[in-house]
Design a protein around this ligand. Sequence first.
Ligand code: 6LW
Length: 520
Amino acid sequence: IFLHVVVYSQVTYQNPVIPGFYSDPSVCRVGDDYYMVHSSFGYFPGVPIFHSKNLVDWQQIGYALTRKEQLPLEKAGVTMGIFAPTIRYHDGLFYMITTNITSKGTFYVTAKDPAGEWSNPIWTEVQGIDPSLFFDEDGKVYVTSTVNWGPNPNKGIHLSEIDNKTGKLLTTPKNIWTGTGARFAEGPHLYKKDGWYYLMIAEGGTEYGHKVAIARSKYIDGPYLSNPANPILTHINANAETSPIQGVGHGDLVQTQDSSWFMIAHAFRHLNSHQILGRETFLAPVRWDRNAWPVVNGDGTVSFKMEASSLPGPVLQKTSSQKEDFNEKKLGFEWNYLNNPNEANYSLTARKGYLRLMGSDSSLHQLPDVTFVGRRQQHFDFGATTQLDFNPKKPNEEAGITLFKDISYHYDLSVKNIDGKRVLVLTYNLGRIHHTEKEVLLQDGPIQLKITGTEEYYAFEYAQGDHSFQKIGGVDTRFLSSETAGGFTGVYIGLYATGNGQKSQSPADFDWFTYGPKQL
Ligand code: 6LW
């Protein structure tokens, strides 16, 4: 008698695999390397590119959209601009296709090296949002997208053949699936496996009703038959009702070198129905059932602690802190501007070892052209500290640190000149409510500003000279949530300067900045 024992090398990993606002993920594999992209909305540079060897540990290697001619953001505000991108690889070239919804619509860029530089945009006639490319075995190239809002009789997933050299549509867009009946069919991707074309979409809206559904056809343009087991991933049902992870959707599939399958998707972590970190990137193992439909993580849900039968490489998942000394000529990949930066207002060389910001006439209440560099809040429990040297000469001049959700919702800890005195001011901006929590008279010399966070509460502190940190105030996190403020982005920790209506004449010099999970 032979006992046939199948040994599964079970591995565990933690979700989210990329914490913080990294939404609408799309992934592709080239050999042993995985690449992922995300939406970037009104932030610049646009569409971060991440690399991984194991699908779990991701490192940013660049951005697809680094030049203004690729990414005009004048009308983008915070949460328009670049919507969901797709990354694909074909014949030696990477393609990133996306929609700038406040500029000229859908375009793609290409690169031999995904770390960049990427090409100038190739604009297309693709309708709607969430474009994706599919390279068929016969050499034909297809683009899918979604028209999913407003009173449009042609709502649904559209498919066209496209000339991938010129971006010209070769066929009239055909509506190939409207989904299972849930609202907002979107985020379509096509795959081919064992003679079937699979069309995977997101549905239900990107809030608490989000889900992933799939259909298939023997022909690329349909008819597509919906999987009877749809949705294949969702937290809308009873089996995920108590999960702090909600809004699971917008997935993309990838097959590993050893032929196993995974889905990446986004989801948010909420506390009492408020989410501040934005939609984060999750990973789930996928198996194919005997009827050739994909099954995501067993029951179509995800959790923090995950198990997979194998991963393409060993798992590290170390979290590290960031210490930015502003000694380099360039900022690290984690930093973003709000809209296209006016380079004249930012310098890492004007004063050696400092980030110098010059306030424009714009402010955090009014885009574009605000002087702001920020990074995502990626953890509920975190600390962020900076040292600022700023001597405002006029009452309009202001610089400091902000917890920034959008122009109407931000908490600012800033240095101002009030009645000829240098004062530290803590302000909460909540829609039409502008509340000054406290004003503190400052001594001469640089000041350290610190923000710490928990799931529920932000605390603001400052220190000068040899003195230890003193608390100036604290406030609920939930007013910066998407449920309160709306929008697709998460909270940023920003360093900023403004002249509040006029150009500022006083430089704001930031000596260093630290960010880390837990309290620093
Ligand atoms: C994304 C689309 C969506 O393009 O939100 O609600 C957009 N649906 O799929 C931004 O994430």
